[in-house]
Write a protein that binds this ligand. Structure first.
Ligand SMILES: Cc1cc2nc3c(=O)[nH]c(=O)nc-3n(C[C@H](O)[C@H](O)[C@H](O)COP(=O)(O)OP(=O)(O)OC[C@H]3O[C@@H](n4cnc5c(N)ncnc54)[C@H](O)[C@@H]3O)c2cc1C
Length: 266
C-alpha cells in the first residue's frame, strides 16, 4: 500500500508553507501538494516589508526561506501538479492528481489561496500577459520608459505602482473611489512619488488597440462621461478570487466562493 501521510496540505503559499513548517516540526509526516509555483501570491510582489522579524525582502526570497524551512523539518513538497479530485470522507483522505497519481493522509489542510481578480472588461483576456498584467515583479521590466496605468486603490495597487516607477516613465493610478483603501504609509509613498498621478472616482471600461494596447476608455463615475487615455500597459490590482473551483463539491463555500470555516470547531 502507498504511504499514508499524517498531514497533506494543498497549496504552498504562505499559509500552506507555514502549516507545513509547523506539522513537520511536530514530527508529523507531511506532504504539500501545490498547483502553482512555490510561494503563491508572495512571489508576485517585489517587496514585503511587513513580515515580523524579516526586514524588507523580495517576495520570492521570503518564499524560498519558507520552503527551505519546511523541507529542513522533513516536509515533502510536490509542486506544479494539477489536482483532479479530493476524497475527504473517512479516516484516510485521498487527493488524486490529473497525471493519475494519488496521495493519502489522515488529515488534509486546504490552503489554495487566491488569484488576481480581473476587471472583466472587453479584450482584457486577449491582452493578458502582454499589455495587461497582474504582477509588477514579473512584467514591470517590459514597460521600461513607458507610460502605464495601475488600476486599484488598496495596498497592493499603491505599493506596486511605486515599484513600477522603477521602470515606467509615468504611472497613472485609476481608482473607482475618491479615497484609498490602503495603509497611510502606502498612500504617502505613492503621493510623494513624482512619477505617479491619480484619476479618482473612475473606472476602466474598454481597452483599445489592435494586437497592441493603444488606449483605454475611462468613465468618470459621477457624470458617466467617457474619456480616452493613451497608455502602453495596464496593471490590475483589484483584489483576488479564491482558488476554490476544484473544492466546490468537497467543502462548503459562500457566495464569494470562499471556504466557510466553523470557528467554533477550532
Ligand atoms: C501584488 C501583491 C502584493 C502583495 N504584497 C503583500 C505584502 O507586502 N505583505 C503582505 O503581508 N501580503 C502581501 N500580499 C498578500 C499575500 O501575498 C497573500 O496574503 C498571501 O500570498 C496569501 O497566502 P496563501 O498561502 O493563503 O495563498 P496564495 O499565496 O494564493 O498561495 C496558494 C498556493 O496554492 C496553489 N493552489 C491553488 N489551488 C490549489 C489546489 N487546489 N491544490 C493545490 N494547490 C493549489 C496556488 O497555485 C498557490 O501556489 C500581496 C499580494 C499581491 C497579489
Amino acid at each position: 500500500m502507498d504511504e499514508v501521510y499524517d498531514v497533506m496540505i494543498s497549496g504552498a503559499g504562505a499559509a500552506g508553507l507555514a502549516a507545513g513548517i509547523y506539522s513537520s516540526r511536530a514530527k508529523l509526516d507531511t506532504l504539500i501538494l501545490n498547483e502553482g509555483a512555490i510561494g503563491g501570491q508572495m512571489i508576485l510582489t517585489d517587496e514585503i516589508a511587513n513580515y515580523p522579524g524579516v526586514e524588507s525582502t523580495k517576495g520570492y526570497t521570503l518564499a524560498n526561506i519558507m520552503k527551505k524551512q519546511a523541507k529542513d523539518f522533513g516536509c515533502k513538497i510536490k509542486s506544479n501538479i494539477k489536482i483532479a479530485g479530493y476524497k475527504l470522507e473517512g479516516n484516510i483522505k485521498t487527493i488524486e492528481l490529473e497525471d493519475g497519481r494519488s496521495f493519502q493522509a489522515k488529515s488534509v489542510i486546504l490552503a489554495p489561496g487566491g488569484k488576481p481578480r480581473p476587471l472583466n472588461i472587453p479584450d482584457e483576456e486577449k491582452c493578458k500577459g502582454t499589455d495587461i498584467s497582474y504582477c509588477a515583479t514579473c512584467d514591470g521590466d517590459f514597460f521600461t520608459g513607458k507610460e502605464i496605468i495601475v488600476v486599484g486603490g488598496g495596498n497592493s495597487a499603491l505599493e506596486e505602482a511605486v515599484t513600477l516607477t522603477n521602470f515606467a516613465s509615468k504611472v497613472t493610478i485609476v481608482h473607482q473611489f475618491n479615497n484609498f483603501q490602503a495603509f497611510e504609509h502606502a498612500i504617502q509613498e505613492a503621493k510623494k512619488n513624482p512619477k505617479i498621478s491619480f484619476i479618482m472616482g473612475s473606472e476602466l471600461r474598454e481597452i483599445k488597440g489592435n494586437e497592441i494596447l493603444e488606449a483605454v476608455m475611462i468613465e468618470t463615475l459621477t457624470t458617466g462621461e467617457l474619456s480616452e487615455m493613451k497608455t502602453d500597459g495596464v496593471f490590475i490590482f483589484i483584489g483576488y478570487l479564491p482558488n476554490t473551483e476544484s473544492l466546490k463539491d468537497v467543502v462548503k463555500t459562500n457566495d464569494r466562493n470562499e471556504i466557510v470555516v466553523d470557528a467554533d470547531k477550532i
